[in-house]
Design a protein around this ligand. Structure first.
Ligand code: GLU
Length: 415
């Protein structure tokens, strides 16, 4: 079976919301497609003297609420439709979190793991050379996403600053602290997700101290999440996985050891004294919380009937297909939808923008506190809408987010 197209998924989700809100046809049409997108070819001098041309995109989905905001993905299987879907989800994410920002996303088709550091730097600078007139602190502000790092953000900010003839720290977020980054941005996605899991557990009367957790995906978000569930709640992480496979110990995994092994050998599967399991098996474990922290289309109509977790927390973007959503809802599984669960990243990115604009830095405690307030508020608004309309948490999140964007478009006189 071919993989669902993420942009079609995003449009289907919006269509359901349009019915619930009884959206005007023109407004609905405006929200179904990006406002603007740029496709670029980026020539990069490779270490062997050859020139390789990479394809890149930047999609500005909707800027009714403010400058568009969203990460840049470097991925060998990137497509413009994936970037469009991610840009749409960013629009709903910033709206739901009450940020004065719209939604956008960027992507380059490449495998950074196969590039030397020099080639990565030239690709980052080349991407900015190609898109710099399209972005800016009050236009469109990129950030890290899958396979892009704070170092890459620093190169991109530097390139933009050189082209502009002045320091423009606010053009990009997720930077290293010494060049305008914010404390707390590194684990913000995972930490924000923890606040929503805490609220969901409260709602379902699950005691997180004794809860079991499985984590699919062990990149930035998944890895931080594995430490944070232990640190913040005392929960037991029984399984984790990455693209090469998973590990399981019903008595609880030694996360420190697994993380060390991942660093040394690139995969957690090499951790000693654990049971090996496949990614598919991990998803179907009988745990209290299943954290999805990898890529799109992981929970599908095929495996959804076998999911046993009480809470599914989507730290990744788009991990559940619309068909799977229906099945999970019928089974009474509480899904914390992606653009709520993983909104901690962009929320701290917004804090980074505010600090850059005001030339003042906040403490880590300031960031944690403000992040908690925003995530908790967003969760309770979604829960309230879900109860009011009798709909699942994703549809509820859509109603809250879309209403705010529509209000802005209406006030601006667009519709
Ligand atoms: N890439 C992250 C996301 O999907 C963060 C975006 C940002 O910080 O602008 O939410």
């Amino acid at each position: 079976m071919s993989k669902p197209n993420p942009f079609e998924t995003a449009q289907k989700q919006l269509d359901v919301c349009a019915k619930i809100l009884n959206l005007d046809a023109g407004v609905h049409q405006m929200l179904r497609c990006p406002m603007r997108e740029l496709h670029v070819s980026i020539p990069v001098k490779m270490d062997d003297g050859s020139t390789k041309v990479f394809q890149g995109f930047r999609v500005q989905y909707n800027d009714a609420l403010g400058p568009t905001k969203g990460g840049i993905r470097f991925h060998p299987e990137e497509t413009v439709d994936t970037v469009r879907a991610l840009a749409a989800w960013m629009t709903w994410k910033t709206s739901l979190l009450d940020l004065p920002l719209g939604g956008g996303k960027g992507g380059v088709i490449c495998n950074p793991k196969e590039l030397s550091t020099g080639e990565q730097e030239r690709l980052c600078r080349g991407y900015i050379d190609a898109i710099w007139q399209f972005i800016g602190p009050d236009k469109d502000v990129p950030a890290p996403d899958v396979y892009t790092t704070p170092q890459m953000m620093a190169w991109m900010m530097d390139e933009f600053s050189k082209l502009s003839g002045k320091n423009r720290f606010g053009v990009i977020t997720g930077k290293p602290i010494c060049v305008g980054g914010s404390w707390g941005r590194g684990d913000a996605t995972a930490r924000g997700g923890m606040f929503t899991i805490r609220e969901a557990a409260r709602e379902l009367s699950i005691d997180m101290k004794t809860a079991t957790v499985a984590i699919q995906g062990y990149g930035n978000a998944g890895c931080h999440a594995s430490f944070l569930v232990q640190e913040m709640f005392g929960s037991k992480v029984v399984a984790i996985s990455d693209s090469k496979g998973g590990i399981y110990n019903p008595a609880g995994l030694d996360i420190q050891a697994a993380c060390g092994i991942k660093g040394e050998t690139t995969s957690v599967v090499n951790t000693p004294n654990v049971q090996k399991i496949s990614n598919e098996e991990l998803l179907e474990l009988d745990v209290d919380v299943l954290i999805l922290a990898a890529l799109e289309n992981v929970v599908t109509a095929e495996n959804a009937p076998r999911i046993k977790a009480k809470i599914v927390a989507e730290l990744a973007n788009g991990p559940t297909t619309p068909e799977a959503d229906e099945i999970l809802h019928k089974k009474g599984i509480h899904v914390i939808p992606d653009f709520l669960c993983n909104a901690g990243g962009v929320t701290v990115s917004y804090f980074e923008m505010v600090q850059n604009m005001s030339m003042y830095t906040w403490t880590l405690e300031d960031v944690y506190e403000r992040l908690d307030v925003r995530m908790t508020n967003a969760y309770s608004k979604v829960l309230e809408a879900s109860k009011r309309f009798g709909i699942d948490m994703r549809q509820a999140a859509y109603t809250v987010a879309v209403e705010r964007v529509v209000e802005a478009m209406t006030s601006r006189g667009w519709v």
